[in-house]
Design a protein around this ligand. Structure first.
Ligand code: URA
Length: 312
C-alpha cells in the first residue's frame, strides 16, 4: 500500500518501506501486476505459470481464444534485454511485444493519466563525468566549467505506429477520456534515481539541471521510466534471418519483433504528486485489458521453416 500522499522524489509505503527493495529503516529485505492482468485470460483453457529464479514471472494462456503471454520482468534496461532476447530465442515466428507498466512524467500528463509514447530515447549517466573534480568548486559551478555533460541523452527510436494507434483506440473504447491520454516521447533512464532527476543527499548525482537538459533537447518529452527504449531498440535490431517469412516482392529483410508501449503515470515529477493507489489498481486492470484487445487485432506474419528447421 503506497502512501496516499507519497512524495514522487523518493516514494515510500505507509510503513516507510522504500519502493523497490521493500525494506524500511532497521530491516535489511513486484510481480503482482502480471498476476492482476492474468484475470483476463480465458478460464476454460490451461494457464501456464512459471516464476524464474531471476524474478521473471511468465503467465501464458489465451485471451478470447488467442494465445498470449503476460510477463512480469521487474525493472530496468537489463531486465528488458534479458526478456526480449530470451523470449525471442524460444518463440517461432514474428512477435508483438507491448510494454505495459508505470512511469513518471515531466510533460503535460499528470498522475493517473496514460501515455502511449511515439518513440523513446535513453538517458544514461556519463560515467566519465568527474564526481569530485575539485572540492573547492561548488558542484553547480563545475557543471558549467567542465565540457563534459553529466548525462548522455540519446537519439529517438520509434515504436510501431499501427500498434500505437490501436492502443489509443482501445483505451478510448475502455472509457479513458481523450484528455487523459498522451503521446510524446519517453525517456528510458538507467536509474530510477540519478538519471530520473531524483535528488538524494547520499550521492553526488549532478542531476539538478537534468529535466531542463532533457526538455531542451526534446520539448515533447513526456514519460520517464526504465524499459521502453531497450524494447524499441531491440525490435529495430531484430532480424528475420533465422526464419523465412513470406517476404515482400523486393525480398527485403524485416524485423521479427514489432513493439509498442503504454504506461500509467504514477508520479508527476514537476509537482511530486503521486497517483492514488486504488486508482492505480483500477487503471492497471483497464489498460491491461485494452492491451490484450490490441493483440487480438493484429495479424502476425506467417512463418515458414526450411525443412521444418530454423537455421541460425
Ligand atoms: N517508473 C519509473 O521508472 N519512474 C517513475 O517515476 C515511476 C515509475
Amino acid at each position: 500500500l503506497l502512501m496516499k500522499k507519497s512524495n514522487a522524489n523518493f516514494p515510500k509505503t505507509v510503513e516507510g518501506q522504500v519502493f523497490h527493495v521493500g525494506i524500511k529503516r532497521g530491516e535489511m529485505g513486484d510481480l503482482s501486476r502480471a498476476k492482476l492482468l492474468s484475470r483476463w485470460l480465458d478460464a476454460d483453457t490451461p494457464i501456464f505459470q512459471r516464476e524464474s529464479r531471476r524474478g521473471f514471472l511468465t503467465i501464458t494462456g489465451k485471451y478470447k481464444g488467442v494465445p498470449v503471454s503476460i510477463v512480469g520482468i521487474g525493472m530496468g534496461l537489463s531486465m528488458m534485454d534479458f526478456f526480449v532476447r530470451e523470449a525471442r530465442a524460444v518463440v517461432d515466428g514474428s512477435m508483438i511485444i507491448i510494454r505495459f507498466g508505470t512511469c513518471g512524467t515531466i510533460g503535460k500528463a499528470t498522475a493517473g493519466d496514460v501515455v502511449i509514447p511515439e518513440g523513446s530515447f535513453v538517458v544514461t549517466k556519463n560515467y566519465d563525468y568527474p564526481i569530485f573534480e575539485n572540492k573547492e568548486i561548488a558542484v553547480q559551478d563545475y557543471e558549467i566549467k567542465t565540457k563534459e555533460q553529466p548525462y548522455n541523452i540519446s537519439k529517438v527510436i520509434y515504436g510501431d505506429k499501427e500498434i500505437r494507434g490501436l492502443i489509443q483506440k482501445q483505451l478510448l473504447n475502455s472509457g479513458i477520456p481523450q484528455n487523459q491520454i498522451f503521446q510524446g516521447l519517453n525517456a528510458t533512464c538507467d536509474s530510477f534515481y540519478s538519471s530520473q532527476g531524483r535528488l538524494d543527499k547520499n550521492f553526488v548525482d549532478h542531476n539538478k539541471e537534468l529535466f531542463k537538459s532533457i526538455c531542451t533537447k526534446y520539448p515533447d518529452a513526456e514519460s520517464l521510466e526504465m524499459e521502453t527504449f531497450m524494447l524499441f531498440y531491440l525490435a529495430k535490431c531484430s532480424t528475420d534471418a533465422p526464419y523465412r517469412f513470406q517476404r515482400k516482392a523486393n525480398n527485403e529483410q524485416r524485423n521479427s519483433i514489432r513493439a509498442a508501449a503504454t504506461a500509467v503515470v504514477i508520479s508527476n515529477r514537476k509537482t511530486n504528486e503521486f497517483v492514488d493507489p486504488d486508482r492505480l489498481d483500477d487503471l492497471v486492470k483497464i489498460v491491461g485489458e485494452a492491451v490484450l484487445k490490441v493483440l487480438l487485432e493484429i495479424e502476425l506474419d506467417e512463418v515458414h521453416f526450411e525443412d521444418d528447421e530454423c537455421v541460425w
